[in-house]
Ligand binder design. Structure first.
Ligand SMILES: C[S@@+](CC[C@H](N)C(=O)[O-])C[C@H]1O[C@@H](n2cnc3c(N)ncnc32)[C@H](O)[C@@H]1O
Length: 319
């Protein structure tokens, strides 16, 4: 499946400014896996522009699961319909069957749009703040060498920018010796991340000093929006990485910290295990893996040992 890789965006965010339709602050959690067969609620189906059968939904479920590991729960039928109906309209297609057949024939560009349409990108600045506090201490312990961090499900950028701010605060400079690689499967969110512009309310919960030091208001930034400082943008590079892919050429380790938060929850345990196995050689022996609050890797204790609060170290690390 020819999906593009290698979005590299420098300071100032050269990627386009178009914001994805699907953003939000973190609170709701990703879709739960379920084996229940989907049944279309007649009420939901009434008055739709396109027919969307249980079989169509099942086909979508299988395709997105195979290509991105994402498990769509039956309650997501309306969401799937509305997001994909836009594609049918844009492509002038008459039915889901026609659209899905087009996709299955292997249209690369449409695969990208299909995946982008079905991801859930909830995130926020300093989400699960204790991880950033731990990271700050970790960075100071590593201060002897240039530090590399991989943020592997970066969504719209709040997480990599929180990492960049943490690095600036740890070293008390806007140019800390830290490089952050941010990736996601969804190319739309990566464009938003690189652009670095957010509605003002996204930073409301940050303290006043952080708001002032790391975000710009006015000065060409549209009213109601803030932009991250270019110094933060310079610390981050971007690429599209599907964690399900056999290889991740743009994830060049070893990394000192690997953030993989609130994405593993989409994947079944064997898939998680395969991903964790590929993380091991990419993580420096002293490195730490940060997972989401409801993600646990107890099925992979041969690979990663828990340090508590969903932070892990390599099991093969010598004490
Ligand atoms: C709920 S967001 C989490 C964002 C951030 N890590 C956080 O914790 O706030 C999950 C992200 O995982 C991405 N994602 C889903 N499947 C993926 C895959 N197979 N490979 C890489 N990223 C994926 C989605 O596009 C989405 O941006």
């Amino acid at each position: 499946m020819p999906l593009p890789t290698g979005i590299k965006v420098g300071a100032g965010g050269t990627a386009s400014a178009d914001l994805p339709r699907k953003t939000g602050t973190a609170s709701a959690e990703p879709l739960r896996k379920t084996a229940t067969a989907p049944v279309l609620a007649p009420a939901a189906a009434a008055g739709r522009e396109f027919q969307f059968t249980a079989a169509d939904f099942e086909r979508v479920r299988q395709l997105i699961h195979k290509h991105a590991g994402i498990s769509l729960a039956p309650i997501k039928q309306d969401m799937v319909y509305s997001r994909l109906a836009r594609r049918l309209r844009a492509l002038g297609m008459k039915s889901f069957d026609q659209y899905l057949a087009h996709l299955e024939r292997g249209h690369g560009a449409e695969w990208e749009t299909f995946v982008n349409s079905l991801t859930t990108n909830l995130t926020s600045f300093f989400r699960e703040n204790h991880h950033f506090e731990m990271l700050q201490k970790h960075l100071l312990r590593l201060a002897q060498r240039p530090i590399r961090i991989w943020c592997s499900a970066a969504s719209t950028g709040e997480e990599p920018y929180s990492l960049a701010i943490t690095a600036c605060e740890a070293f008390n400079t806007l140019t800390p010796p830290v490089q952050i690689h941010a990736s996601d499967i969804d190319t739309n969110v990566l464009k938003t991340a690189a652009h670095g512009e957010y509605p003002l309310e996204r930073i409301e919960r940050l303290d006043a000093e952080r708001q002032r030091k790391y975000f710009i208001k006015g000065a060409g930034v549209p009213t109601g929006q803030v932009r991250v400082r270019p110094e933060l943008q310079k610390l981050i590079t971007y690429s599209r990485i599907n964690l399900l892919d056999a290889q991740w050429p743009s994830a060049k380790g070893p990394f000192d910290a690997l953030f993989c938060r609130n994405v593993m929850i989409y994947f079944d345990k064997p898939t998680q295990y395969q991903i964790l196995k590929k993380f091991v050689p990419l993580l420096h022996p002293d490195g730490l893996l940060y997972a989401g609050h409801s993600e646990s890797f107890l099925h992979a204790t041969d690979l990663f040992r828990s340090l508590g609060r969903t932070v892990y170290e390599r099991t093969d690390r010598r004490k």
